[in-house]
Design a protein around this ligand. Structure first.
Ligand code: ADP
Ligand code: MG
Length: 254
């Protein structure tokens, strides 16, 4: 099933996602965990497409499968059945030995608790993401500085995480996630650990990146965040309960 010509454009929030081949395609994705002898269908047949530059939020009650979905897209775990394609490559078929490279090249991760290395400066935290990519040391330094400047931290590059506010740490984490120009930025509750004012700074940053063509998927509990994105997918019991990007479904899940 193709979403072509049906890209959830919605004049009120200016969805600019380009009408091209999707960056991400998910087909009938299933993940069953065994809890003792009881199978838990964390994902129970999930299919959707995401276009380049789309800023998509995924919402839904606790236990509905949001984190499981992100871990399948980020190749942190494998599905029981179904497929994930990124840039037309079926990552769910990749050999285990190829998974780290695919993650490094295709995916940027942002977490609720930032997950920066405490002993490293902001610069070094971004630089380290580019190790093992064949990028020269000078080029890595240059790019880390560019990225930190872009997220508004050009004057904080030598600071360690403990010397930065929560919002600043999250911006370092976003810079780090972008270091290798990922096809998709995945963020699991990126505003879950910051105050409401900082939340807006983070959301504005994500919106700006999406306007420049970065594809972003945000899992959030916060409807004030979700409402600011181009499209909202609501999960329930491992399935998509609603998707504002599907025609005839606009406004659902709000
Ligand atoms: N590693 C695991 N082992 C067993 N069950 C799991 C595991 N991870 C998640 N689950 C179960 O899968 C369901 C979906 O979990 P999750 O994807 O974390 O939901 P959400 O992120 O929406 O809160 C839940 O019922 C959860 O208990
Ligand atoms: Mg979760």
């Amino acid at each position: 099933m193709s979403n072509k010509g049906n890209n959830g454009r919605n004049g009120s929030n200016g969805n600019h996602a380009v009408d091209s081949e999707p960056v991400l395609r998910i087909r009938d994705l299933r993940k069953t965990y065994m809890q003792g002898k009881i199978p838990v269908h964390a994902l129970d047949g999930v299919s959707f497409d995401v276009k380049k530059g789309e800023l998509l939020s995924i919402v839904g009650p606790s236990g509905s499968g949001k984190s499981t979905l992100l871990s399948m897209i980020g190749l942190l775990d494998r599905p029981t059945d179904g497929s994930v394609f990124i840039d037309d490559v079926e990552i769910t078929k990749a050999k285990e030995s190829e998974a780290p490279r695919i993650r490094r090249e295709k995916i940027g991760f942002v977490f609720q608790h930032f997950n920066l290395l405490a002993t490293l400066t902001a610069m070094e935290n971004v630089d380290i993401a580019m190790r093992f990519t064949g990028t020269s040391k000078n080029r890595r330094k240059e790019r880390a500085f560019e990225l930190l400047t872009m997220v508004g931290l050009g004057d904080r590059v030598k600071h360690k995480p403990s010397e930065l506010s929560g919002g600043q740490q999250q911006r370092v984490a976003i810079a780090r996630a972008l270091a290798n120009e990922p096809a998709i930025l995945l963020a699991d509750e990126p505003t879950g650990a910051v105050d409401t004012k900082t939340r807006e700074v983070i959301v504005d940053l994500l919106k700006g990146l999406s306007e420049k063509g970065q594809t972003i998927i945000v899992v959030t509990h916060d409807m004030d965040v979700a409402r600011q994105t181009d499209r909202i997918i609501t999960m329930r019991d491992g399935m998509i309960a609603s998707d504002t990007g599907v025609k005839g479904n606009e406004g659902q899940g709000l």
